[in-house]
Ligand binder design. Structure first.
Ligand code: G6P
Length: 360
């Protein structure tokens, strides 16, 4: 590969560290000459016309789509459904009158996503692809493209593409809101700048995060991630990262669902990583932590400045509450990285996985 690791032992670590820079590149790439965030007016017009947005993706890109749904619904006030491409292909939901499709794909080559794109284009619908690769298949075959500007991602476990996808989705949501005449809730350029700085702080906290990975994940066979609202979605991604590269069985789910099944799996010492970055569910997620702790779990609370308590293991810097996934995912990426490292796994090339899956 012509992309060098430089002084980094693994591409994954390099790509995690590139995230603050990617945020700044995205802020620049999506600014007009007046310094305002801007998206091609054909794209915002297509969103404005749509009565419902269907996000279709796989893997980590699907997890970014879940966060994207919140952003588009909260800011642009358009209902959004998020679908796993391989399910959508064979079990198409009843579509709205005026759907708009958004395909999220780092590579732009994923066969499952492409199959849905071909189908919906045949049905006469418009599609937007959000991808890291200009000229990729999903970009060429869609009506519109938004680029991630994340630079090549080599490690199989996706990191900087996930945060880039969320950042681009936030800009898309915010600019569409403006086009729809919805009053601006916050200054997104400013808030994304705060995110970039917060990411830097996290990238400088590797030693502390490595200790957490070592302490919780060196010997365990499983690990749970819990969260509510946006934290739930980030937990899904944290669990996927951990599974992919450390082979620890990991599951992410909504805190409130614990009592409906998963709590049966909690044993003495089971690691439970809980995210607490959302003010409106801060008390309830902490209640869930108490429930698992009472059954012997080894809890690791990752909270955000302003919401922290003495029991928390790691505290991320404060960012806008809609943008927390951009930074709460960073310690989870690093936890997965160090867990894999301590378990002697091949971080950049995990078994059975491919960077880009071009078969259905
Ligand atoms: C593969 C990769 C994942 C990725 C997924 C979707 O399974 O290993 O990291 O999230 O494909 O890829 P895409 O390029 O469509 O985002």
């Amino acid at each position: 590969s012509d992309i060098e690791k430089g002084t980094y032992p693994h591409y994954m670590l390099k790509e995690i560290d590139e995230q603050p820079l990617v945020m700044r590149k995205i802020i620049q790439a999506y600014q007009d000459i007046n310094g305002e965030l801007a998206i091609d007016s054909d794209i915002t017009a297509a969103l404005k016309e749509a009565d419902r947005v269907y996000i279709v993706a796989c893997g980590t890109s699907y997890h970014a789509g879940l966060v994207g749904k919140q952003l588009i619904e909260k800011l642009a006030k358009i209902p959004v459904e998020v679908h796993v491409a391989s399910e959508f292909s064979y079990n198409m939901p009843l579509l709205s009158e005026k759907p708009l499709f958004i395909f999220i794909s780092q590579s732009g080559e994923t066969a499952d996503s492409r199959s849905v794109l071909v189908n919906v284009k045949n049905l006469g619908y418009k599609a937007l692809t959000i991808t890291n690769v200009a000229g990729s298949t999903l970009s060429r075959e869609a009506d519109y493209t938004l680029l991630l500007h994340a630079g090549p991602e080599i490690a199989v476990a996706s990191t900087k593409a996930y945060t880039a996808q969320i950042a681009v989705l936030s800009i898309l949501a915010s600019v569409t809101a403006k086009v729809k005449g919805i009053a601006e809730e916050f200054d997104l350029i400013h808030e994304l700048g705060i995110v970039a700085n917060a990411m830097e702080v996290l990238c400088d906290s590797k030693e502390e995060i490595e200790k957490i990975a070592y302490e919780y994940l060196t010997v365990t066979r499983n690990c749970f991630f819990i969260g509510r609202s946006l934290d739930n979605y980030v937990g899904l991604e944290g669990a996927l990262k951990l599974k992919e590269i450390s082979y620890i069985q990991a599951e992410g789910f909504a805190g409130g669902e614990l009592k409906h099944g998963t709590i049966a799996l909690i044993e003495e010492g089971t690691p439970v990583i809980a995210l607490a970055t959302q003010k409106n569910v801060n008390l309830s997620i902490r209640g869930n932590v108490k429930e698992v702790t009472a059954r012997g779990a080894n809890p690791c609370i990752i909270s955000m400045k302003g919401l922290e308590t003495d029991e928390d293991r790691f505290i991320i810097p404060e960012v806008h509450e809609l943008l927390t996934p951009l930074i709460s995912v960073v310690p989870l990426q690093l936890i997965a990285y160090y867990a894999a490292l301590h378990r002697d796994c091949d971080v950049d090339k995990p078994r059975n996985l491919a960077k880009s899956v071009t078969v259905e």
